[in-house]
Design a protein around this ligand. Sequence first.
Ligand code: ATP
Ligand code: MG
Ligand code: MG
Ligand code: MG
Length: 487
Amino acid sequence: MTAQEIRQAFLDFFASKGHAIVPSAPIVVKNDPTLMFTNAGMNQFKDIFLGEAPAKFPRVADTQRCLRVSGKHNDLEEVGIDTYHHTMFEMLGNWSFGDYFKKEAIEWSWELLTSVYGIDKDRLYVTYFEGDEKEGLAKDQEAYDFWKQYVDESRILPGNKKDNFWEMGETGPCGPCSEIHYDGRSDEERAKVPGASLVNADDPNVIEIWNNVFMQFNRLKDGNLQPLPNKHVDTGMGFERLVRVLQDKTSNYDTDVFQPMIQFIAEKSGKKYNASAVPGDADWNDAVAMRVMADHIRAISFAISDGQLPSNNKAGYVIRRILRRAVRYAYQYLGFKEPFLNQLVPLLAEQFKGVFDELYTQKDFVQKVVLEEEASFLRTLENGLNRFDQAMGAAESDKIISGFTAFELSDTFGFPIDLTELIARESGFSVDLEGFEIELQKQKDRSRAATAIDTADWVVLQEGDNVEFTGYDETETVAHVIKYRKV
Ligand code: ATP
Ligand code: MG
Ligand code: MG
Ligand code: MG
């Protein structure tokens, strides 16, 4: 099955079970101070769960574009290194708003995976909440009993509060969850080590694919749990992981979701993509770079097409950081000295045509923004990397990049601090983050002192004043602000 067919089969299956198919919410969250980006399918239904908005339909399903690069879920450091965490990914989900509960959710998830998709039952493990005495939480016996109707007991595993009890926040709806994991190892390996011991153990071949949350309590301010009058189901399945399982691959990047882009990058760089490179291999960094680029362009493109331009603060800076990370990989390992990432945008837009049309209809604009951002960072990247080499040479003994250098790299060369850390780490160096914070604070104090004199947004020139052009303001990507300084 192609990725397209796999996605459609999910939606068709839940439509056949009476679900309304709804569109994905934007990846950028504009009206919630607690969240910058959509990080799960349930985000757009939060008000329904909180009882603050009515549900339009009792059952819905969709594919939600998600981003996990900040806050509670931040997978950025894993991306490109492991085979199954992305920055941007699709979360397939089905919901019940006070309608069906555990029985149907469990039955249908099993039916979809094993009958519709035909996944080998022996490779699937399911988990249930084991209870937590200290917290006064009971074991989820119900879920266990429903699973027992389909799954051999040796493959139904207890899970702790961290993995198997979901809470929206300090207060509000919460409840136990059941996850489904897939063991993709060879028969030989499976005979040697039982898959049950590898569930939730960071094994790259035994991965979580689906989470079914059963919201049945409301956590009150005093910490007590109150049973919800209406119980809800909230599920999320990683689409790229599902595709990997169904296409029988050992990496999400080997599926038709990522291969067209990886092959394009490989061709243009004149290097081969070696999917099986391991750390220490000569082509490991090349492979990581290709994966990072194919991943990051998705995060950047969807954020921009959903209204978040790269900028110097908050959500905009998160996007700028991701982009600069990708540009650095492209430049340093694959030899892309000119803007290149933007060329992936049309490819991506084509791939998501009919799925997320927002990107397709704005692809020219998105490509232009990416191109400008790349060009701007590439202007300082080479010098920054040289400065980096010098700094590493000078810090050969303690292998610590000083706060001052990290600040200079950020301020003069546009290296976000996490990029500096990443580059340092690749050579076995660390960064003095405290020192960096001190330098940052000093700069803030300096600019506060400066703005105390410079009170307005612009200076009214008097006859006879001389002005000097000081360049474009890099904080604005599309509409450049031209800055002049009175001299
Ligand atoms: P993991 O333990 O692998 O980090 P999770 O428990 O954090 O996953 P959930 O919050 O339960 O993930 O999200 C539901 C599903 O979304 C997961 O079962 C997984 O298939 C998928 N998923 C989660 N994070 C990512 C990611 N960064 N990239 C791709 N898919 C993801
Ligand atoms: Mg996670
Ligand atoms: Mg997990
Ligand atoms: Mg999970």
